[in-house]
Structures are given as C-alpha cells and as structure tokens.
Design a protein around this ligand. Sequence first.
Ligand SMILES: Nc1ncnc2c1ncn2[C@@H]1O[C@H](COP(=O)(O)OP(=O)(O)OP(=O)(O)O)[C@@H](O)[C@H]1O
Ligand SMILES: [Mg+2]
Length: 324
Amino acid sequence: MTLLSVRDLTVELQTSRGMAAAVRGVSFDLEKGGTLGIVGESGCGKSITALSLLGLLPDGARATGRVDLDGTDLLSLDEDDLCHVRGNRIAMIFQEPMTSLNPVHRIGRQIAEPLRLHRGLGGAGAREEVLRLLHRVGLPDPARRINAYPHQLSGGQRQRVMIAMALSCAPDILLADEPTTALDVTIQGQILDLINELVEDTGMGLILISHDLGVISESVDNVAVMYGGAIVEQGTTDRLFADLVHPYSQGLFAAVPRPGAVRGARLQTIAGTVPELADLPPACTFADRCAKASPVCWRETPAMTAFGPGHAAACHHHERRGDA
Ligand SMILES: Nc1ncnc2c1ncn2[C@@H]1O[C@H](COP(=O)(O)OP(=O)(O)OP(=O)(O)O)[C@@H](O)[C@H]1O
Ligand SMILES: [Mg+2]
C-alpha cells in the first residue's frame, strides 16, 4: 500500500539571481514500511526535497506539485497541521545532531518534549519512556545519561539521542538526511545498523539520504538518483546497481573507491562541476557535463522511461538505445 506519494514536486528558492528551481518535477512513492534511498552529489536537491515533505523550506521558497501522505496533500497544510505531521507521522534526523539538539537542555528533557506534546505523557511516565527509548537506541547507561547535556556526549551518542527523539512518537516514516556523514567509519556502521534494525522492528518506512552509494546499496530496497534537482534514475536497489543506465549514475558509481582497486590508481570523477541553480541547463540538467549529450538534451526534458521491471531512467540516449 502506498503511504507517501510525491508527484511532480518542484521547489523554487530565492537566490541572489532571482527565483531558481532546486527541485524539478520529482516523483516517487514510498510503500508502507518501504525503504527508499536518495543519492546524488552535493547540491542536487536532496535536502530541499526532504524539507519540503515537512514544510520546513527556507523563507520565500515556493513548492508546487503534490506530496500525499495517506491521501492528504502535505503541501496544502497550514503550520498547525504540519506540526502534527512532524514527529508524529514523519520524523527527521539530520547530519549534524548538534544543530538539532538544544545545547542548554538536558537530553532527557528534549526527548520528553515530543512525548508530552504528541502523546500527553508527563512525570514518571515520560521518564520511563525516555529511558526505554535511550535503551532501545543503545545509549550506554541511560539512567545516568538522561541528565547529560548534548556536549557531554560523543557524536555517535548524540545521533543515538536524535534517533530516540525521532522514534518517540512511533512515526510512519523516518526521514534520515545524511545521518552518518559527521561520524567516523566504525560509528557510521553502527548507526546505520541501528536504523536498519529499528525499521525492521517497527515497520516504519525509511527515506535515507546519502551521497554515499555504499551506504545506500546496503540499507534500502529502492533507490532514486538525483542530479540538478531532478530524479535521473530510479528503481529497486538490485536492478539499479546491476545495470546503471543514466550517464550520471554511471559516473557516480565510477567515482566510488572499491576494494581490490589498484593502489594509487586515480578514481574516476565526473567531468565539470555542479552548476549554480540559475545556470543549470534548461532541459536535461546533466547535459553540460555529459559525454553523450546532443542537441535534443538541451531542447527537451527527457521523460522517465521504463528500462526493465522496477527500473527507469530519464535520458534521451537511453531511449534511443534500442532503435539506434
Ligand atoms: N536557503 C537556501 N537558499 C537558497 N538556495 C539554497 C538554500 N538551501 C539550499 N539551496 C540551494 O538549493 C540547491 C539544493 O540544495 P540541497 O541542500 O537540497 O542539496 P543537497 O543535495 O542536500 O546537498 P548536500 O549533499 O550538500 O547536503 C543547492 O544549489 C543549494 O545551493
Ligand atoms: Mg543536504
């Protein structure tokens, strides 16, 4: 059953050079309990896509399209209704927990806040639930740490606290935006394992945002590759990684270090740099960096075209592969 359905989501932001689209016609579905990874280079619109699901866009932003959660269009909700969605239905965890935790409040109090707000828990009941959550996310010695301030915890422990807060209202969807990039590799693995385990245990859906293909390939069943604000390829994780179709996805994959690669060999990178929003090509946003680009790529936005069961890509050259 489809829980979240995003259709033709376009987000324009105020930039120094006027309004420019940071998200361009993004569509995807998330099944109840499903897992989706959004992957792409810095600046491709991953966070803006995520923030628009929660009505947390920067001032002056304009979002169009539809974001349906169980049949309610989130883009049409007012702030009060969005408040109910945040935390309760969709909970978000961010890259750097220090920016989301309040430095002057003890962590126990911060986790208790959504419990009070959304579940009406207070006093001993709230404390008990906070301890249960801290225990569940693997924070060592919760009874002592419940009184700690964020700066008294390590980065990994702070991320566990964020996850505990996210879990507190049993959300239908966990939205994790680069949840591990600020952590060292061992801790990264532990936090991802925790997220995967919680998703499996609770049956909540997961949208995991990362620029790391390795993280994505191990954690989710479906993948969307974004470039220049658009999804350029999407599919089930198995099918997509078995046969990357879009030149951008191929470039992204070639840029990943792999075990067994010749030591000292240069990693392939995608030629050129990500243009500013206002300078993105008008049709296929990847045209100016793509070795296969031809005039049609500048003229017509390529449509998402099925490439096989559970796998589609938006590339004019892919469409033409069959009859070339
Ligand atoms: N508040 C803002 N005002 C204007 N432009 C913004 C704002 N926030 C983001 N942008 C621009 O929107 C585009 C998409 O940004 P977004 O943060 O979604 O990228 P991202 O894919 O999450 O990148 P990263 O991997 O670095 O987190 C970028 O070009 C960025 O510069
Ligand atoms: Mg981001």
